[in-house]
Design a protein around this ligand. Structure first.
Ligand SMILES: Nc1ncnc2c1ncn2[C@@H]1O[C@H](COP(=O)(O)OP(=O)(O)OP(=O)(O)O)[C@@H](O)[C@H]1O
Ligand SMILES: [Mg+2]
Length: 232
């Protein structure tokens, strides 16, 4: 059974339809990537899964159970963690305090402060520092680390690499296999596709709110992916 099943989801912002009958399946213990151009609906899809945006029709099944109208905080309690676009760390708190906030109401599981800092060693010398002064890459490591402190079963990552230098993006992606082997499944969203497709065993390409292409990246040609991405 898959951990996450998004079935025929439509979602709207007032009259604007952002998702059209979207189907996405994520098996436990995998990394799945959602790619797509600006405005294709990637963040909306993650927000629907996290319970921050309603699905007008269709359903999200998690661990075999329809989430229906379950509010966001109850989805967090069931192990769904979203690292949103733009990171949203607490700038007035230290790095350590940010990580401790992530452990508030933590579920049982392997992730501890030490383990998170081992995963992203660049955080270790920064623990006492105010989070506001971190670089974008350090903030992204902190945002992912904070989410892990709650021991999620499904980690939703929105635009891990946006605006970051290639070296830090490589460090962040290098952490993903350890996250999965600790028991957390990952659904990630990216505009830049190379890194995401290298990390993922499954891929969905959104185009104007619809799944234009889906499958294992290894089985898809570059041309097919580009055509789906750009709608040509
Ligand atoms: N809060 C909102 N109110 C109204 N429309 C919105 C809102 N958020 C997103 N949209 C619209 O919904 C559509 C999908 O947006 P979404 O943010 O999901 O795309 P995205 O793929 O994440 O884009 P990006 O790569 O730029 O982050 C777009 O047409 C966008 O303008
Ligand atoms: Mg987005």
């Amino acid at each position: 059974m898959s951990l996450l099943d998004v079935q025929a989801v439509d979602s709207f912002y007032d009259d604007l339809q952002a998702l059209f009958s979207v189907n996405v399946t994520v098996d436990e213990g995998t990394v799945v990537a959602i790619i797509g151009a600006n405005g294709s609906g990637k963040s909306t899809l993650l927000r629907v899964i996290a319970g921050l945006q309603p699905a007008r029709s269709g359903q999200v099944r998690y661990d075999g159970v329809p989430l229906a109208n379950l509010p966001a905080h109850e989805r967090v309690a069931r192990g769904i963690a979203l690292v949103p676009e733009g990171r949203r760390i607490f700038p007035s708190l230290s790095v350590l305090e940010n990580l401790k906030v992530g452990a508030y109401r933590r579920r049982p599981g392997p992730w501890t402060l030490d383990r998170v800092v081992d995963l992203f060693p660049l955080l270790r010398p920064l623990l006492a520092r105010n989070a506001a002064v971190l670089s974008g890459g350090e903030q992204q490591a902190l945002a992912i680390g904070r989410a892990l402190m709650g021991n999620p079963r499904l980690l939703l990552l929105d635009e891990v690499s946006l605006g970051l230098a290639p070296t830090i993006v490589r460090q962040l992606y290098a952490g993903l296999p350890a996250i999965v082997s600790a028991g957390t499944t990952i659904l990630l969203v990216e505009q830049s596709i190379d890194q995401a497709l290298a990390a993922a065993s499954g891929m969905y390409c959104l185009l104007e709110g619809r799944v234009a292409l889906a499958g294992p990246p290894a089985g898809l040609t570059r041309d097919a992916i580009s055509a789906a991405y750009f709608g040509i």
